[in-house]
Design a binder for this molecule. Structure first.
Ligand code: MC0
Length: 140
């Protein structure tokens, strides 16, 4: 079902502060930046590796308000790893299989993710305390 680690989502207080740190430490560059209102974040994707099934990224996440998943996470735990995201070829079949297997899905159907991708979150309680995201990359 899984094709790659698509990204590791990291909660930060400020993208302006975090991006140069990741660029300086690892020589990464920002491949994409956007604001996702529905998810309550400003985000930057820094490419780590381009493989046959798509890229792997560090995703820096800054909340746009306090009452958002990343805003609440930052207030409670401070900056750090917020979630892991796995690439899938077909997110609809992946979600159908997880539903049959009894997993607790935050998104029962895919929602809009980075750069036109289709994404869905699984609740951390069902996956060993790790907020887990599935990503189907956009066509092309
Ligand atoms: C909350 N919890 C987490 C967690 N966030 N555990 C591990 N990792 C996280 N990131 C735990 C809390 O510690 C708490 O555990 C319990 O979940 C309830 O926490 P809460 O603070 O009361 O939060 P809720 O219940 O309101 O929401 C938690 C939930 C939410 C996972 C449902 O954060 C959510 O819907 N997340 C999915 C959407 C999201 O994260 N969007 C932002 C990234 P205890 O043990 O204290 O009960 S958007 C993104 O990444 C997009 C742009 C993309 O990739 O394309």
């Amino acid at each position: 079902m899984l094709t790659r680690i698509d990204h590791v989502g990291i909660a930060v207080a400020s993208l302006e502060e975090a991006i140069p740190r990741y660029e300086a430490a690892f020589g990464l560059t920002v491949a994409h930046q956007e604001t996702n209102e529905a998810q309550g974040v400003r985000e930057a994707m820094l490419l780590v590796h381009k493989g046959d099934t798509g890229g792997s990224y560090v995703q820096l996440l800054e909340p746009i308000r306090e009452d958002t998943p990343v805003g609440k996470f930052l207030a409670k735990k401070g900056p750090g790893i917020h979630h892991i995201a796995y690439g899938v070829g077909d997110i609809d079949s992946a979600l159908a299989a997880l539903t049959v297997a009894g997993f607790d899905l935050v998104n029962k159907t895919p929602v809009h993710g980075t750069a036109g991708s289709r994404i869905a979150f699984m609740h951390p309680k069902g996956v060993g305390g790790v907020l887990t995201e599935l990503v189907e990359a956009p066509e092309g």
